[in-house]
Design a protein around this ligand. Structure first.
Ligand code: GAR
Length: 205
């Protein structure tokens, strides 16, 4: 039996609180079948990069047009022999080229209960603004497998979060992160990593 962990790359664009939840989950043992080996940002000033460096994780910044970005991304991920790709507050939509290169191996956390408030244009605070504007009483977070449709892949985990009458987009975002995203994303990372480790073990049996 092999003792290898799944090799995880995390893609980020901003503050990186979801990346932090993954780093903490690795330290606490919630994430045990995978190891975060690489963090990629499309924003040079993303605070998430500092979080990664503090945890001793290798980082890189890739910018440029979609084609330039994606070809550099694929070659970097391949060079690092990445098994699992986690989109943790990554604000770009990946094209079918990237998705088909890693079928079933990319997961994303979205700050709403898909199929509500999702798809192109729904990211970050905009999702919570839309939820409040519609007057929903319950929202939440979803972790899903990424396919070629924005926020359209199979759902792995969801958790509902109550909306309060006096919520602002910022207070709602914070509650959804604390009560749903930071819990679901590490769990989903462990689920997919475990599946990959088992698949690898079967190959070597
Ligand atoms: C999170 O709420 C994440 O779910 C959302 O952006 C925030 C990033 O925060 N992602 C999307 O909207 C993607 N469609 P973080 O950088 O602190 O993890």
């Amino acid at each position: 039996m092999l003792n290898d962990k799944a090799r995880i790359a995390v893609l980020v664009s901003g503050g990186g609180t979801n990346l932090q939840a993954l780093i903490d989950a690795q330290a606490s043992g919630v994430l045990k079948s995978g190891e975060i080996v690489f963090v990629v940002s499309n924003k040079p000033d993303a605070y998430a990069l500092q979080r990664a460096r503090r945890a001793g994780i290798e980082t890189t910044v890739i910018t440029g047009s979609r084609t330039t970005f994606e070809s550099a991304l694929i070659s970097t991920l391949d060079r690092h022999e990445i098994d699992v790709i986690i989109l943790a507050g990554f604000m770009k939509i990946l094209s079918a080229d990237v998705v088909s290169h890693y079928p079933g191996r990319i997961i994303n956390v979205h700050p709403a209960l898909i199929p509500s408030f999702c798809g192109e244009g729904f990211y970050g605070l905009k999702v919570h603004e839309a939820a409040l504007a519609r007057g929903v009483k319950v929202t939440g977070a979803t972790v899903h497998i990424v396919n070629e449709i924005a926020d359209g892949g199979p759902i792995l985990l969801q958790k509902a979060v109550e909306v309060y009458p006096d919520d602002t987009p910022e207070t709602l975002q914070k509650r959804v992160m604390e009560k749903a995203e930071w819990i679901l994303l590490p769990r989903a990372a462990e689920m997919l990593s475990k599946q990959i480790v088992l698949e690898k073990e079967k190959q070597y049996d």
